[in-house]
Design a protein around this ligand. Structure first.
Ligand SMILES: [Zn+2]
Length: 162
């Protein structure tokens, strides 16, 4: 296995392992190697020699002459570091939303389309207070809120949109 320092055509730097130098060449040609930041398949080895060659750096170069990089590469752009964090927090958010959705569904009575009516009756003390859920039009929901009845939309399950 050889670890190569790589960069894409807009300068993101990353590292990847390959079975051999040939394997690297083949995978790049087929577009299997992509930048983890921007998914660009235009990936080349960084000027830095592969780690495996460090033992005998003074010896024969493991990089074929026709594979060497031009000396005037553009300075690498700062990698967009928020990417991994964003994905992680989105996943957390998704599971929080799913949990919230399940809790609301598990702990409330489904009154369906009579939700606005039931909510109002409960608010006015005509029926005992309890947790209910159901459907309301945007207008109904706004009217309830304007009357000081604290309804809230049940969050959509993110997966359902996928
Ligand atoms: Zn990139």
């Amino acid at each position: 296995m050889i670890k190569y320092s790589l960069h894409c055509d807009i300068g993101h730097e990353f590292e990847s392992w390959f079975a051999s130098s040939d394997s690297f060449d083949v995978q790049v040609k087929r577009g299997f190697v992509t930048c983890p930041y921007c998914q660009s398949p235009k990936v080349t080895k960084a000027i830095m020699a592969p780690n495996v060659a460090r033992k005998d750096r003074e010896g024969a170069t493991p990089v074929p002459a026709n594979d060497q990089q031009p000396a005037n590469l553009p300075a690498p752009a700062a990698p967009p570091q928020g990417m991994a964090l964003l994905n992680e927090s989105q996943q957390q958010l998704r599971s929080m939303i799913r949990e919230l959705h399940e809790k609301i569904v598990a702990s409330s009575e489904d009154v369906g389309a009579s939700f606005p009516e039931e909510a109002r009756k409960m608010h006015e003390g005509d029926t005992p207070a309890r947790s209910i859920r159901g459907t309301a039009s945007f207008e109904d929901a706004r009217a309830l809120l304007e009357d000081g009845i604290p309804v809230l939309p049940i969050p959509d399950l993110p997966e359902e949109r996928n």
